[in-house]
Design a protein around this ligand. Structure first.
Ligand SMILES: *[C@@H]1O[C@H](CO)[C@@H](O)[C@H](O)[C@H]1NC(C)=O
Ligand SMILES: *[C@@H]1O[C@H](CO)[C@@H](O)[C@H](O)[C@H]1NC(C)=O
Ligand SMILES: *[C@@H]1O[C@H](CO)[C@@H](O)[C@H](O)[C@H]1NC(C)=O
Ligand SMILES: *[C@@H]1O[C@H](CO)[C@@H](O)[C@H](O)[C@H]1NC(C)=O
Ligand SMILES: *[C@@H]1O[C@H](CO)[C@@H](O)[C@H](O)[C@H]1NC(C)=O
Ligand SMILES: *[C@@H]1O[C@H](CO)[C@@H](O)[C@H](O)[C@H]1NC(C)=O
Ligand SMILES: *[C@@H]1O[C@H](CO)[C@@H](O)[C@H](O)[C@H]1NC(C)=O
Ligand SMILES: *[C@@H]1O[C@H](CO)[C@@H](O)[C@H](O)[C@H]1NC(C)=O
Ligand SMILES: *[C@@H]1O[C@H](CO)[C@@H](O)[C@H](O)[C@H]1NC(C)=O
Ligand SMILES: *[C@@H]1O[C@H](CO)[C@@H](O)[C@H](O)[C@H]1NC(C)=O
Ligand SMILES: *[C@@H]1O[C@H](CO)[C@@H](O)[C@H](O)[C@H]1NC(C)=O
Length: 430
């Protein structure tokens, strides 16, 4: 996407004389400040933030390793521009041994919005990539999933948030950004990120993939012993391939992470963004709750000699990041699961709580699960295969209904008898 034209362009031209004149900025260790001035020496683009990257690269012996790339204190911001109605604003930084990062920000009538980010990392930097197989710069483009921000407000995010792309995890925190600053003054009005908002506040989910939310759906009766926290809200997540929905999931998620003590984390569907990839034999759904929690579900098609093929859940990985500085607190991966299997072409459903053991310290609890990783047609779930736990429940319902009906019939019969007796005695007394 390039810079967009808008109806207000002629007016904007007069408002913002954006001849780039002075560029000033200073850097603390790991924090970057970019303050770009226009021709009249007034601030027109302001950004102050902290970030780091987790990068997976191939090492000499063919293994894939994950390394952390941090900003250095000597970062520069050459090429940053204020932008205007026709040209996108650009925040660009260069750091370390040949690394650089930038984001294009475009303006609409009433809003500005990150368009895409560009990261170039240089695997010649042996401090960060000690044993990289391929040496040299690697550039990747990452769509910014964040939503639009009102013009003349400053985007602020104290908590960390994460943006993922293939083999790259970008972690941001302590972020203050305002593009298209008017009158040289960074606004006092803030637009806060989802991670900073109180859980109860209504939030608009970023829309990189279709992540819609469902209100709390009736959950099955709580198992004993009672949970210390409430069941999580159920979220609807989907992936698209082109214009076509290729992965559907409805699920409430809760993590049980045992560090010093067990910690239960409910995933908030309102702030969770879905990402991932569909495929013919494997499909991955990655969820980022915008609050330092990442969960990945990988499904595969069983290679059975049977003519009817089945799919199953093969891998789940969970990463928890520190809210304040984005460092990895806990990372768990189980790629040897064999759960949730159903015939290819159908969907899998399990309304009752299910537990996935990821490692000895991490469990994922699912509620109201309905998922179809393959062969989604017309944006709809295919026929569901239900888990055994649900069918137990379904099997109990008719019994319960039957017993209740039986009681009702007896009650009606008794009242009929009593009624008849009463009316008879009534008759006699007249
Ligand atoms: C927008 O900025 C670019 C480069 O700074 C400039 O060439 C162009 O004329 C500007 N457009 C408007 C409408 O001000
Ligand atoms: C802009 O401000 C800087 C420092 O505050 C000053 O050195 C410079 O002369 C100013 N430029 C203009 C055009 O006012
Ligand atoms: C990402 O990593 C996977 C292995 O984890 C590798 O197969 C793939 O080529 C990598 N992609 C890029 C763009 O480096
Ligand atoms: C900028 O200044 C103009 C004229 O003084 C004023 O009308 C406008 O409201 C100001 N804009 C902001 C965002 O403060
Ligand atoms: C973010 O996570 C923390 C710890 O899990 C929790 O206390 C907080 O309520 C969460 N915030 C949001 C907006 O979900
Ligand atoms: C979520 O999906 C379910 C099942 O398709 C649907 O009944 C429900 O209305 C959806 N909720 C939202 C908020 O989209
Ligand atoms: C959380 O996990 C721990 C250890 O795996 C387990 O002892 C505990 O019962 C779990 N709690 C819940 C609510 O599942
Ligand atoms: C989780 O697994 C998926 C699929 O294998 C992978 O793309 C992703 O990078 C993994 N995430 C983490 C945090 O390990
Ligand atoms: C499936 O199994 C057949 C025979 O056992 C084998 O030739 C083929 O490579 C397998 N395919 C996959 C995707 O593993
Ligand atoms: C965020 O920034 C403030 C001031 O800019 C600083 O005091 C604080 O330590 C920073 N927080 C983190 C987690 O780095
Ligand atoms: C992040 O913060 C935690 C505790 O606040 C600390 O133990 C950890 O070393 C920090 N990590 C980095 C990379 O700064």
């Amino acid at each position: 996407m390039g810079p967009r034209r808008s109806a207000a362009s002629s007016r904007g031209r007069l408002l913002l004389p954006l001849l780039l004149l002075g560029v000033s900025g200073f850097f603390q260790s790991y924090a970057v400040e970019v303050d770009i001035k226009d021709a009249s020496n007034a601030t027109c683009l302001y950004a102050n933030w902290m970030m780091r990257f987790l990068i997976t690269y191939e090492s000499n012996n063919g293994d894939y390793k994950t390394t952390t790339l941090n900003l250095s204190s000597s970062a520069t911001h050459n090429g940053s521009v204020c932008g205007n109605d026709t040209q996108a604003a650009l925040v660009a930084v260069q750091f370390g041994e040949g690394h650089s990062w930038s984001i294009n920000i475009t303006k609409n009538n009433e809003t500005y919005q990150g368009d895409f980010m560009t990261l170039t990392y240089n695997t010649n930097d042996t401090a960060v990539f000690p044993d990289a197989k391929r040496k040299g710069p690697v550039t990747i483009f990452i769509k910014d999933p964040a939503g639009p921000v009102q013009l003349n407000t400053v985007f602020v995010c104290h908590n960390s948030f994460v943006i993922e792309a293939e083999n790259i995890t970008q972690i941001f925190w302590n972020v203050t950004v305002q593009a298209f600053v008017q009158n040289g003054t960074v606004s006092k009005k803030e637009t806060r990120c989802p991670a900073d908002r109180p859980t109860s506040a209504p939030t608009v989910p970023p829309t990189s993939a279709n992540a819609t939310t469902a209100p709390t759906t009736a959950a099955p009766p709580a198992p004993t012993p009672p949970k210390p926290v409430e069941n999580p809200d159920t979220g609807n997540y989907s992936l698209k391939s082109g214009n076509k929905t290729c992965f559907l999931a409805t699920v409430g998620l809760q993590l049980n992470v045992s560090q010093d003590k067990p910690l239960l984390i409910n995933i908030n569907p309102k702030t969770t963004v879905a990402d991932g990839a569909c495929g013919n034999t494997t499909a991955t759904l990655k969820l980022n709750d915008g609050n330092s929690t990442l969960i990945g579900f990988t499904f595969a098609v069983k290679n059975a000699s049977a003519s009817v093929q089945k799919f199953y859940l093969r891998e789940v990985n969970v990463t928890l990041l520190n809210h304040l500085n984005g460092s990895v607190i806990s990372s768990a991966d189980n790629n040897n699961l064999s759960k949730w299997d159903a015939f290819l072409g159908s969907s899998y459903m399990c309304r009752k709580e299910q537990t996935l053991q990821i490692n000895e310290n991490v469990q994922v609890h699912t509620f109201n699960l309905w998922i179809q990783p393959f062969l989604v047609e017309a944006n709809k779930f295919a026929t569901a295969e239900e888990c055994l736990a649900d069918s137990d429940l379904n099997f109990l319902i008719p019994i319960a209904v039957g017993v209740a009906l039986g009681f009702l019939i007896i009650l009606v019969f008794i009242s009929y008898i009593i009624g008849r007796r009463k009316s008879r005695t009534g008759y006699q007394s007249v």
